[in-house]
Design a protein around this ligand. Structure first.
Ligand code: DGL
Length: 306
């Protein structure tokens, strides 16, 4: 089984692309609805929640877990891959979603972390809309500029957006939020317009139409879910060991740390189909146990390439 994890509903945008691309495989989705949104939480909290949720998926038989959350990928993934996973779950792996997105944005494989010329998007401006924590990590500008130093990466934090999507806010309010964030980004660009925009939070494709409406015409919207699906397909070709013990009949399971009835009821609006979520062990709470040997101050710049 392949596990897919997000703070809440956003990871379903990735999950859907994965099951379309790899319909023969079994997936289990876990949303940490109890603790969503993650975007304004401290790095230590994000690290701890991510570790607990990934652990839950691995202990349910997943050999590979996709962190379908930019915030957790930016803040927690590198630490967990380096310091926790090899000791706690040898032979299993965790992958994030920022690496495939950087590869798609730069057209450069992750392993090449220096400029190679000629560059397809040499002097472009790239807009990144993301949570506050992802923006603060500077993962997108740092990793894009390593490979494409002349690309201007302009970030815009959208602190209220994931929470509003998660809470099922009405379309008028969501439109107002998206228009406000896009206007703020454009006003900081001094009259220029981005060539490409990255919706660097997996919740945002759920309001992709609102971004399209608010962005100037002609801005290319990079599709993170299909970038992740492409990348996972290639990764599994190189690493068939993660497909061992995969059930013969493809299964889909949906788990939540929140109230399963309420989460199931709200899911209808997200994918246009009813998804039945089952409740699982509560992640987080008032006491957060630290992850041994892990410092949340390290950035994500050492992610493994999928
Ligand atoms: N969907 C997540 C992301 O990609 C997190 C949103 C949140 O929980 O704030 O960043």
């Amino acid at each position: 089984m392949i596990g897919v994890f997000d703070s809440g509903f956003g990871g379903l945008t990735i999950h859907e692309a994965l099951i379309r691309r790899l319909p023969e495989l079994s997936f289990v989705y876990l949303g940490d609805h109890r603790n969503a949104p993650y975007g304004d939480r401290s790095p230590d909290e994000i690290l701890d929640f991510t570790r607990r949720n990934v652990d839950m998926l691995l202990s349910r038989g997943c050999r590979l877990v996709i962190i379908a959350c930019n915030t957790a990928s930016a803040v927690a993934l590198h630490n967990l891959q380096c310091y926790w996973l090899p000791k706690a779950w040898p032979g299993r792996n965790i992958l994030g979603i920022i690496v495939p997105t950087i590869e798609a944005a730069t057209q450069v494989p992750w392993a090449i972390n220096y400029p190679v010329y000629p560059q397809m998007y040499a002097n472009h401006s790239v807009a990144v809309f993301a949570t506050q924590r992802t923006v603060d990590s500077r993962t997108y500008p740092v990793e894009i500029n390593k490979r494409c130093p002349n690309v201007d990466v302009v970030q815009q934090a959208c602190p209220a957006l994931a929470g509003a999507i998660e809470a099922g806010a009405d379309p008028g309010h969501l439109r107002e939020l998206v228009q406000g964030y896009v206007a703020r980004l454009l006003s900081g660009m001094g009259g220029r317009e981005p060539e490409t925009a990255i919706l660097g939070c997996t919740h945002y494709p759920l309001v992709k139409a609102l971004f399209r409406e608010a962005l100037p015409m002609g801005v290319r919207l990079l599709c993170q879910p299909s970038a992740v699906a492409n990348s996972l397909e290639h990764y599994l070709r190189r690493h068939p060991e993660y497909l061992e013990k995969m059930p013969r009949t493809p299964g889909r399971r949906y788990l939540t740390t929140g109230d399963p009835g309420a989460v199931t009821a709200r899911s209808l609006g997200f994918l246009g189909q009813s998804i039945t979520f089952r409740g699982v062990g509560r992640s987080g709470g008032s006491v957060l146990s630290p992850v041994k040997g892990v410092s949340s101050l390290q950035t994500s710049t050492g992610h493994q390439s999928p």
